[in-house]
Design a protein around this ligand. Structure first.
Ligand SMILES: [Zn+2]
Length: 68
């Protein structure tokens, strides 16, 4: 199993979240915890049953509109 930095590099290169244990893209998303600057997303690999979490960071924002 690759370390976190190697996993991140592979996910960025592939453009999709991959299982860090077997590299399958056949994942089920579990609980999601949203903070002010981060999002933790849990995943379960459907091929090897490995459970892991991805940590996402704030990269920007975009304007919306006033609620009516
Ligand atoms: Zn797996």
């Amino acid at each position: 199993m690759l370390n976190a930095d190697e996993w991140k590099a592979q996910v960025v290169a592939d453009g999709q979240t991959l299982c860090p244990a077997c590299w399958s893209g056949n994942l089920t998303m579990g609980a999601c915890a949203v903070g002010a600057l981060t999002v933790h997303q849990e995943y379960v690999c459907e091929d090897c049953q490995y459970e892991f979490s991805a940590l996402f960071g704030l990269v920007g924002g975009y304007p919306g509109q006033l609620a009516q």
